[in-house]
Design a protein around this ligand. Structure first.
Ligand code: MN
Length: 316
């Protein structure tokens, strides 16, 4: 309750708001950022939404997506919102474009690894998504109309993998049910996100699945820059590939390595309920959630694989 009135006061007492989220924004970043912005708009407030990386193409048809910018704002802001972002490093290059010193920062997130870097921190690790938290925070501040509801639903259904992941709780359905009553059509949103795919992305998935190795309780796959290039694709399109390793019986952890520029490997980790991949990600300098986490390291794909294999036994 305290948090709701705190946020309400912050919004009512200020005029201009900067809203940012993590690198490679996902459905929860975009959904929560735009839902907050639409609420601010109703209250006649100024806002600027800025992420390092562009909106993934599959979210391009959501309401008011044009407000999400990839260019630095000019001018100053009264309040800075960071949504769905566990730490300042996850903001990427935008922290160079915006002055954070002495700024009033509101940090709203559901990552258990959140570093509480805000002036106000509203962190709820048992919530499925930042969007689920935001529904409860925004409800007393503005009317949740159909556009806002669609955006919050986008965040919830992508972060829960369509209500499949262990972060799906009774409250997730309660909030989703309210959003559906407001006018969200779940199958229309699902179609927009998952059934309008690019042929090349599906072909890329085929290439990645051919690298699948099944070990004792875990799988490893990788995507090279060459595979991305051959399929005219990019890393953002590999977002859900890691899930496929988990579809196999007996597999507790799925690992996906993504080759980046300058010898950097991004590693995504997914696990079934009861296995904590956040621990493994933290060991390698990253973080995330119990069942979905990641980290970045320098090295060759095969060397990174052997480092992970050396350590993964501790969590399986
Ligand atoms: Mn999230």
């Amino acid at each position: 309750m305290g948090e709701r009135s705190t946020l309400k006061n912050i919004i009512l007492k200020n005029r201009s708001f900067f809203i940012s989220s993590h690198i490679s924004p996902d459905g929860d970043s975009i959904g929560s950022q735009l839902a907050l912005a639409l609420c601010l708009e109703k209250l006649k407030k100024n806002f600027y939404i800025y992420n390092q990386d562009p909106v993934p193409w599959r979210f391009e048809n959501f309401p008011d997506i044009k407000w999400v910018k990839n260019s630095a704002p000019s001018g100053d802001f009264d309040v800075i919102f960071f949504l769905d972002t566990a730490n300042i490093r996850r903001l990427g290059t935008i922290i160079k474009d915006i002055e954070l010193k002495d700024k009033f920062i509101v940090n709203i997130d559901h990552h258990i690894s959140n570093e509480l870097f805000g002036t106000v921190n509203i962190i709820k690790p048992d919530y499925s998504s930042t969007s689920e938290i935001l529904y409860e925070l925004l409800k007393p501040i503005c009317e949740i109309d159909k556009d806002i509801a669609q955006l919050l639903y986008l965040g919830i259904c992508t972060d829960t993998g369509s209500f499949k992941y262990p972060n799906t709780r009774a409250n997730t359905f309660d909030v989703s049910s309210k959003l559906v009553k407001i006018g969200v059509d779940p199958s229309a949103i699902a179609s927009r996100i998952w059934f309008e795919d690019r042929p090349n992305r599906v072909r890329l998935l085929g290439d990645v699945l051919r690298t699948l190795e099944i070990h004792n309780g875990y799988t490893i796959m990788y995507v090279t820059r060459k595979m991305l290039h051959q399929n005219d694709s990019n890393e953002a399109e590999t977002e859900e590939f890691c899930d496929y390793g988990l579809t196999i019986k007996g597999v507790k952890v799925s690992v996906l390595l993504k080759e980046r520029d300058k010898g950097i490997i991004k590693v995504s980790l997914r696990s079934k309920k009861g296995t904590d991949v956040n621990q493994l990600a933290v060991y390698f300098g990253g973080g995330g959630h119990k069942n979905a986490a990641g980290f970045e390291v320098e090295g060759k794909i095969e060397d990174v694989i052997s480092k992970i294999q050396h350590k993964i036994g501790e969590i399986i």
